[in-house]
Design a protein around this ligand. Structure first.
Ligand SMILES: [Zn+2]
Length: 602
């Protein structure tokens, strides 16, 4: 009898699980955004345990977090009342209370991510952490799933390779032809930092014989790999993603971003063709994630007529008022432009545009009242960006000084330039996980001294009582270059250790390195209110739980402000955007736990 009951229980759990999986699959086909559980009551009062709601409204230099217990979300997607204690909630509202189990944080933002590329990666070949043979297997598996791919019109695409897995040697087109089934297919795989693309022979044939020379600011290190500006040669023959493709990538990416607690993302290069798709999804209520775009012109580093597209969506779901420019490439592929040569190569890297041109286009966008966000990794690129901003400001004194000019990455900065961020009022937009993921090669590329005094600054960029004028840094992940989890980013910022490393190898313990660690509160602000400031969104309450602000919040299972809590072990149990529940991690967890328990009893 006991046995039958157990078997019945197991059967029920398995069937329930399969039904749920089938529903999730169906929902993913039918509707672009997954909803778990019943729709939330948008006028409800939400309460956590006493003081377990972090509101983010404390002063910049406060070391004690501002906390509350209950809050109210109205049916227009904004916060209304916030209560310190449960007893403060008026009697007539008590019946409405929804209990939140865990700790509540203001909705988390990623200040620099690539949503379409992330969706493309999720829907494409994953070459991360793989040797060549494993990548070929992954392509074959992908082809098995999508047999129509690999044609001239529909290439096989993927992301994530790193020559570190090929004994440090760049791959070739020939490597993609080792399996006869792949020989004539069109394949393009992006390097983990998206600064190089590795293509098949079929793609090379489109480029002509002999191959065209590399344009300035690009390299073609092997037959089959194109880096930085040389990637344009491949882009010219690559089939343009259709609006339908873009929609598929977005709706693939967004539920994954909700899972890690993100309510908004600053999209670090929004292509022209993506803009109508974002607008459509936002207007029909299907976006579900707040997106602040940085427009990228059809031809990089130009002044294009995208400014006609400036938009601030009524509900705050899609906004576009920034432009993205690119000063240099990435450190991993020796593309970052340095003032002095690399330690492991005679090159100084490459500027993607020369200083004169960068200054000219920066001034043009500045005069057009746009926010300008320049990608700059190397110290030469950072200096050129600061010079360009300085010149633009002096050329156009009539333009509002509140342009919130940003340097994306701000990774290697000569000590004499570090203070110019403050004097010029430039916002550094930093990815804390880059510091810990790059650790293996950063010292080899830069040498110890330069790594110590110029690279991966974090704490010294934050305003402090003796330097209150600094603009607080924005934190992000640069996904899909790094995983999108803001909690992993906070872990990296607070510990300066690699979140993926469980044995402590990825931890460069020394005084100078540790001095740039930030506090937990600073890390939270970096992924919250500082991002809001970086896009004029502070008035909408980004990064705060505040009356009248957007009702965006996250429920996590541990207190992220408790020094004893390992940030990388924190789970997201709920993500709410505009008062609507977009992710229910609790429910998924319970289902898996149920199955696990049932299995254990067999
Ligand atoms: Zn990026």
């Amino acid at each position: 009898m006991k046995l039958t009951e157990d078997v019945g229980g197991v059967l029920f759990a398995v069937l329930a699980y399969l039904a749920w999986k089938a529903y999730a699959f169906y929902a993913s086909m039918a509707a672009p955004i997954l909803y778990f559980g019943p729709p939330g009551n948008r006028t409800a009062v939400y309460c956590a345990k006493e003081g377990q709601v972090y509101t983010g409204v404390e002063d910049e230099f406060a070391t004690v977090p501002a906390r509350a217990t209950c809050f109210q979300a109205t049916d227009n997607g904004t916060f209304a009342e916030i209560w310190q204690k449960r007893e403060d909630v008026p009697e007539q509202l008590i019946g409405d209370v929804v209990e939140l189990e865990g700790w509540v944080l203001p909705g988390l933002w990623d200040g620099h991510g690539h949503i379409v590329q992330y969706g493309m990666m999720e829907a494409g070949v994953k070459a991360y952490d793989k040797r060549r043979a494993a990548i070929i297997d992954a392509i074959l598996e992908h082809l098995h799933k999508y047999p129509s791919r690999g044609t001239r019109e529909n290439w096989i695409q993927g992301n994530g390779w790193d020559q570190a897995y090929f004994d440090g040697k760049m791959p070739t087109a020939g490597d993609l032809a080792v399996d006869a089934r792949l020989k004539d297919l069109y394949i393009a795989l992006f390097r983990v930092d998206v600064h190089c693309v590795w293509v098949s022979e079929a793609v090379l044939r489109l480029l002509g014989d002999p191959l065209p020379p590399s344009p300035p600011g690009g390299t073609i290190p092997t037959r089959g790999v194109f880096c930085d500006n040389a990637m344009d040669l491949v882009y010219e023959v690559m089939p343009e993603p259709t609006e339908e493709d873009v929609e598929t990538y977005l709706t693939t990416a967004i539920p994954e971003l909700h899972k890690v607690g993100l309510v908004g993302v600053m999209d670090a290069a929004t292509a022209r063709r993506e803009i109508p798709v974002y607008k459509r999804l936002a207007e029909t209520g299907r976006l579900g994630l707040r997106v602040y775009g940085m427009a990228e012109c059809g031809v990089r580093n130009t002044f294009c007529d995208v400014q006609k597209e400036e938009i601030i969506n009524r509900d705050g779901m899609f906004m576009l008022r920034a432009v993205k420019l690119f000063a240099d490439g990435a450190l991993g592929s020796w593309g970052a432009a340095l003032l002095e040569p690399y330690e492991d190569s005679p090159t100084k890297g490459t500027m993607l545009v020369n200083e004169t041109h960068l200054t000219k286009i920066t001034a043009e966008w500045y005069a057009a009242h746009w926010q300008i966000n320049i990608h700059a990794i190397g110290d030469r690129a950072n200096r050129a960006s600061l010079d360009a901003f300085e010149k633009a400001i002096s050329l156009h004194p009539g333009v509002s000084g509140d342009r919130r000019l940003r340097i994306e990455h701000a990774q290697i900065i000569h000590p004499s330039d570090q203070r110019r961020f403050q004097t010029l009022g430039i916002i550094p937009s930093i990815q804390p996980t880059h510091a810990t993921s790059d650790m293996a090669y950063a010292a080899i590329r830069l040498g110890d001294a330069r790594l110590r005094h110029s690279a991966y600054r974090m704490k010294s960029f934050f305003p402090s009582p003796d330097a209150p004028a600094k603009l607080p840094p924005i934190f992000g992940s640069d996904f899909p270059v790094e995983p999108p989890s803001p909690l992993a980013g906070m872990h990296a910022a607070v510990t300066r250790c690699d979140p993926k490393d469980t044995i402590g190898n990825g931890c460069n313990r020394d005084e100078l390195w540790d001095a740039e660690r930030v506090s937990r509160l600073q890390a939270l602000r970096g992924f919250g209110r500082n991002v809001g400031y970086g896009g004029w969104l502070e008035g909408f309450g980004v990064g705060r739980i505040v009356r009248g602000g957007w009702a965006d919040w996250v429920v996590v299972d541990k207190d992220v402000l408790d020094e004893g809590v390992e940030l990388r072990d924190v789970n997201v149990w709920g993500t709410y955007v505009g008062g609507e529940k977009r992710w229910d991690g609790r429910r998924e967890n319970e289902l898996f736990e149920g199955i696990r328990e049932q299995r254990d009893t067999i």
